[in-house]
Write a protein that binds this ligand. Structure first.
Ligand SMILES: [Zn+2]
Length: 313
C-alpha cells in the first residue's frame, strides 16, 4: 500500500495551484493554472476537482489514498462554516460554501482557511518555523498578509478574523490604507506601498520602481529609495514590538516579495527592534526570512489537511 498524501489548493485571483503533498511536507506532484476569475465559482470549483484528481494521478495515488484536501483562499471567509463570504479579486464568490461543495464532489474531508494563514502554516510546518515554536508570519506582497500560530494551531479569534496584522496602526493619522483606516502597516510595508511611496517622492521617474528595484537603488545609495526603505524597516520593527506584546512568539517570519531583499530587509528590522526593545525582559522575537517562497500557501493548505487527520476540524 502506498503512503497516503494530502492535497493542498491555493486559490488566488490570478493563479490556482494544487499539489499532492506527503506527510513530511514534500510536494509529490503539482499543477498551476490561470484562475480566470471572470468564469465564476462553479467553473473554478470544477477546475479544483479536476486538478485534485490530476495531482493524485501524477503522484500515483487514488482518491482513497488521500487523507484530505486543504484550501487556502482570499477572504473574508469562515474556517468554521467552510464558507467564503466575499473575495475582492474573485467576482461572484459571495457566500460560497466551498468546503461543502468540494467535500461533496471529492468525497474527502476538506478544510478551508485564508491564504495568509495557509502560508503561515506552511512555514510553520516545513519552512522557517519548522521547530514548532509559536510564530507570526508577515507576507509583504501586494498587501500585508499575516498568520499567527500558537501552540501549533492557527489563531482565528472569536469572529474568525484574528491576525489581520497588516491593518494594525503603525502611524497615527498616517497614509490611507485600502481598508479605510489611516496609518496601517500595509500602507507602509507592502511591496506595493514601498513602490508607491517612492513614486510620490520623485514623480518624474518615467517608469515606477517596484519594491525590488527600490531595494537595489537604496543599496546603491539613492537618497529617496534609502529613506523610504529605512522608514519601511522602522514600521516593520514597530509592528514586531506590537506583535511581541500581543503574542510573544519565538519568531516573526518575513515573506512575500519584500523578503527577496534578504538581509537588506531583515538586518535593519532586527537592529531597529533591538533599539526599541522593552527592557523589562529579554524575549525579543527572532526575525527570520521565509523559506518556502510562493509555495508556502499550497504546502500549508496541504498541511492543514494533514492536521485535520490529527486534531479533527
Ligand atoms: Zn488597513
Amino acid at each position: 500500500m502506498k503512503a497516503k498524501v494530502a492535497v493542498g489548493i491555493d486559490l488566488g485571483g490570478t493563479n490556482l495551484k494544487v499539489a499532492a503533498v506527503s506527510e513530511d511536507g514534500r510536494a509529490l506532484a503539482s499543477r498551476i493554472t490561470r484562475t480566470d476569475a471572470s468564469r465564476g465559482p462553479d467553473a473554478i470549483i470544477a477546475d479544483m476537482v479536476d486538478l485534485v484528481d490530476a495531482v493524485l494521478a501524477e503522484a500515483g495515488r487514488l482518491r482513497s489514498d488521500c487523507a484530505g484536501v486543504g484550501v487556502g483562499s482570499p477572504g473574508p471567509l469562515s474556517p468554521t462554516s467552510g464558507r467564503i463570504i466575499r473575495c475582492a479579486n474573485l467576482p461572484g464568490w459571495d457566500d460560497v460554501p466551498l468546503r461543502a461543495r468540494l467535500a461533496d464532489r471529492l468525497k474527502l474531508p476538506v478544510v478551508l482557511d485564508n491564504d495568509a494563514n495557509a502560508a503561515a502554516y506552511g512555514e510553520f510546518w516545513v519552512g522557517a518555523g519548522r521547530d514548532g515554536a509559536d510564530m507570526v508570519m508577515l507576507t509583504l506582497g501586494t498587501g500585508v498578509g499575516s498568520g499567527v500560530i500558537v501552540k501549533g494551531r492557527i489563531l482565528h479569534g472569536h469572529f474568525e478574523n484574528a491576525g489581520e496584522l497588516g491593518h494594525m496602526i503603525i502611524v497615527p493619522d498616517g497614509l490611507s490604507c485600502g481598508c479605510g483606516q489611516r496609518g496601517c502597516l500595509e500602507a507602509y510595508a507592502s511591496a506595493a506601498a514601498v513602490s508607491r511611496r517612492v513614486i510620490e517622492k520623485r514623480p518624474n521617474t518615467a517608469a515606477g520602481l517596484d519594491a525590488e528595484q527600490v531595494a537595489r537603488e537604496a543599496r546603491r545609495g539613492d537618497a529617496i529609495c534609502l529613506s523610504v526603505w529605512t522608514e519601511t524597516c522602522r514600521c516593520l520593527a514597530l509592528a514586531c514590538v506590537n506583535i511581541q506584546h500581543a503574542f510573544n512568539p519565538a519568531r516573526v517570519v518575513l515573506g512575500g516579495g519584500m523578503a527577496l531583499a534578504g538581509a537588506f530587509l531583515a538586518d535593519p528590522v532586527r537592529e531597529e527592534l533591538r533599539r526599541l526593545r522593552w527592557t523589562l525582559h529579554d524575549d525579543l522575537p527572532e526575525i527570520i526570512l521565509a523559506e518556502l517562497g510562493s509555495e508556502a500557501g499550497v504546502i500549508g493548505a496541504a498541511g492543514l489537511a494533514w492536521s485535520l487527520t490529527r486534531h479533527g476540524s
